[in-house]
Ligand binder design. Structure first.
Ligand SMILES: [Fe+2]
Length: 205
């Protein structure tokens, strides 16, 4: 499904800017820094996400693919948590950015070494407009929970098609198991409307 209306302008703009950012090789440090700024702008407004991508699912958190780059350089996903829902402890294996759009999220940090996953006793709340980075180099293991009494929504960006990437989570028994997250939808909502490339001259290299 392709939905064209002005409501999606912020998302289209974000996709265009991320596409330009990743159009040439850049360091992960720069991608995370510039991507954080771009995602921060996207989640500074809560008026663009279509309702069908903001719906919770009973008994699990929802993951709606909003956009996947044709070359799989990045994907944009809406995560929706109902009250009391959380992810398992998991990793990503690629760089990622998490920006809270609605509600609040509790992030518990973990680390992997010596063949095991260890709790870092580092937990923090992300509120609307806040963005944090994840990656195998800056910290890749965490658990995210809904910290509000209502629905919480965050927009995630990953350095690949995260729905098909094989990664890891902790099972209920505390064992590290492989998993592929997939998506709770299979269609893309973004109609590309790339701005004039000249507008991107200011992007760092
Ligand atoms: Fe995650």
């Amino acid at each position: 499904m392709v939905c064209m209306n002005n409501q999606l302008a912020p998302l289209n703009q974000f996709v265009a800017e991320m596409t330009e950012l990743l159009s040439v090789p850049r360091t992960e440090e720069l991608i995370l820094a510039e991507g954080k700024r771009l995602l921060g702008a996207l989640v500074s407004s809560d008026r663009w996400l279509p309702p069908e991508y903001a719906k919770p699912i009973p008994n699990k958190y929802a993951q709606y693919l909003l956009y996947c780059d044709p070359s799989e350089r990045f994907s944009v996903v809406s995560f929706v948590w109902g009250p009391g829902q959380s992810t398992p402890v998991h990793d990503h294996t690629v760089w990622g950015l998490v920006g809270v759009l609605r509600g609040a999220e509790l992030c518990d940090e973990f680390t992997f070494h010596d063949g095991n996953v260890h709790c870092l006793d580092d937990s923090h709340i992300l509120n609307p407009g806040q963005v944090e980075s994840i990656s195998p180099t800056v910290g890749d293991w965490h658990r995210v929970s809904n910290a509000s009494d209502g629905i919480s929504i965050s927009i995630h960006v990953y350095g690949g098609d995260i729905g098909i990437i094989s990664r890891h989570r902790l099972s209920e028994n505390g064992e590290i198991v492989d998993f592929v997250s997939a998506y709770d939808n299979i269609h893309c909502t973004v109609e590309m409307a790339l701005p004039d490339p000249a507008e991107f001259d200011k992007l760092p290299t």
